[in-house]
Design a protein around this ligand. Structure first.
Ligand code: UDP
Length: 239
């Protein structure tokens, strides 16, 4: 597998073309941003954790019959993925109120929702990723009604899969963000599933084990990323 021209550089990943048409080489970076790019920094070895943790989760999601862009690991911070035509939505699934939901609904962080909530945000930095609903997404031509329904159903299924793994690792899955795309007329899960895109709280201590440590200057950022990776590996790929 050959890494060819850099096709796109995002905040946390570089995407390269490869000698295999329809497939991209993704290199995960240690760069971290928050507050819509206003806060910038580095989280040492984040690229390795996010790449390998995402791979473990993608494999479990595939086993449950949901298509993902993940093909195989190419290195400690590199993976091969199927090229997708991305749907410009961030799909957020929540079990416990935190972050923007706690603010918007005026509840304490940690308020337990009586059932999972699925939200859609239009992925547009200049607009600050506004929340939208299904009819906006269809009316704007971002996805078909059937594909929107499918990603909402998949989001809830992925929530069940991740929670079942994380509970064994002593971690509460508070909320997370997914991105989907289309290839060969089928919907695939894309992007990553990592401490950058999820909120993980230790089940006993309620300690935050995710990017909120960076966003809120709580310290122990690297340690939290490593701790989640270590615990999930112990559950899914014991040595
Ligand atoms: N999230 C993300 N990327 C974004 C916005 C949110 O990965 O651009 C994740 C975030 O890590 C959390 C969930 O989506 O796990 C819900 O985030 P929220 O809407 O509460 O926004 P925040 O408080 O992070 O601004």
């Amino acid at each position: 597998m050959e890494k060819l021209a850099l096709r796109y550089e995002g905040k946390a990943k570089e995407v390269y073309e490869t000698d295999q048409s329809g497939y991209f080489w993704i290199a995960y970076k240690d760069d971290a941003t928050a507050m819509n790019g206003l806060k910038k920094g580095q989280i040492v070895d984040k690229g390795e954790v996010n790449n390998q943790l995402s791979a473990l989760f993608f494999e479990e999601i595939e086993k449950a019959g949901i298509l993902t862009h993940f093909v195989k690991l190419l290195g400690e911070r590199d993976m091969l993925v199927r090229c997708l035509d991305m749907i410009p939505l961030e799909v957020v699934v929540r079990n416990i109120a935190a972050g923007s939901l706690a603010k918007r609904l005026g509840v304490e962080e940690g308020y337990v929702l009586s059932q999972p909530v699925v939200e859609l945000y239009y992925k547009d930095d200049a607009l600050g990723d506004p929340m939208v609903n299904e009819s906006h997404a269809v009316a704007m031509g971002w996805a078909s009604a059937a594909n929107i329904k499918e990603i909402q159903v998949s989001g809830l299924k992925i929530n069940d899969i991740l929670r079942a793994i994380l509970v064994k690792a002593g971690i509460d899955l508070i909320d997370f963000k997914l991105e989907f795309g289309v290839a060969d007329g089928k919907v695939y899960l894309g992007d990553e599933i990592s401490p950058d895109t999820c909120r993980y709280w230790d089940m006993e201590t309620r300690e935050k084990l995710d990017k909120d440590r960076f966003r809120r200057d709580l310290g122990g950022v690297e340690e939290a990323y490593q701790e989640v990776f270590r615990r999930v590996k112990e559950v899914l790929a014991p040595a």
